[in-house]
Design a protein around this ligand. Structure first.
Ligand code: URA
Length: 226
């Protein structure tokens, strides 16, 4: 496992350099740092957000601002430390709009997500998580198409890249923007989605520990066959 972790780390570092050199989108020239992703290269859960914000752009690390602090708490609620998971975004450069007080965050455009998609796909392939968790509509759209409506379609299981089970929930920044009674209502929905993620991780692990008869049948038939 140590060798495998080192192998994945090496390959992810190579990909991070390639992403850092990419200038397919205009935001590639505007950002301060490429925010490739970080975490356990052998993680069972991969979290995919929208795109780096100001703090992430400054530090070159995903989810390290206010939304990141809430994400850490969300993960903690299902028994996962930040270091246990792999965290990245649909786009690796901070998407910005010019504002009177300097650049402001904006959602990534579809073409920016498409340009960055090979980097995301390679991350998923290398980390090979048991479960993917997409945070917010842009991340969900990047996997499930532009018609994805988060309020109606979150909280269900989808097949992500390579058939990896994919759950979509609200982005922590969206949770932080809620006011009044909405805060508790949205948190409850997120909590339900997180519990489903925990249950799926446990289910996959249980199946790995004790394969069902159906799962061992092909091996048995080749052992005892003809
Ligand atoms: N929001 C995101 O979607 N990603 C980050 O890395 C930070 C905030």
């Amino acid at each position: 496992m140590l060798e495998e972790r080192a192998r994945r780390e090496r390959l992810l570092a190579r990909e991070a350099s390639a992403a850092g050199a990419c200038r397919l989108c205009a935001i590639g020239a505007q950002r301060r740092n490429n925010v490739y992703g970080e975490g356990d290269p052998c993680a069972r859960l991969m979290v995919v957000g929208e795109g780096p914000g100001e703090t992430e752009d400054l530090l070159g690390r995903p989810f390290v601002g206010r939304a990141g602090q809430l994400l850490d708490k969300m993960l903690g609620a299902i028994g996962l430390a930040r270091e246990d998971v792999y965290i990245c975004n649909t786009v690796k450069c901070r998407p910005t709009l010019d504002g009177p007080r300097g650049p402001r965050n904006r959602a990534p455009e579809l073409d920016e997500m498409a340009n960055c998609r090979p980097f995301l796909d390679r991350q998923i392939e290398l980390v090979s998580p048991d479960v993917l968790l997409a945070l917010g509509a842009p991340a969900a759209k990047s996997f499930l198409g532009r018609d994805f409506q988060i309020t109606k379609m979150r909280g269900r299981w989808y097949a992500g890249p390579g058939g990896t089970p994919l759950m979509v929930t609200f982005h922590p920044a969206y949770v932080l923007r809620q006011t009044g009674g909405e805060i508790e209502a949205v948190k409850r929905l997120v909590w339900n989605d997180l519990k489903a993620v925990r249950a799926k991780l446990d289910e996959v692990e249980a199946a790995r520990q004790s394969p069902t008869p159906a799962a061992v049948a092909p091996e048995q038939s080749s052992l005892f066959g003809s």
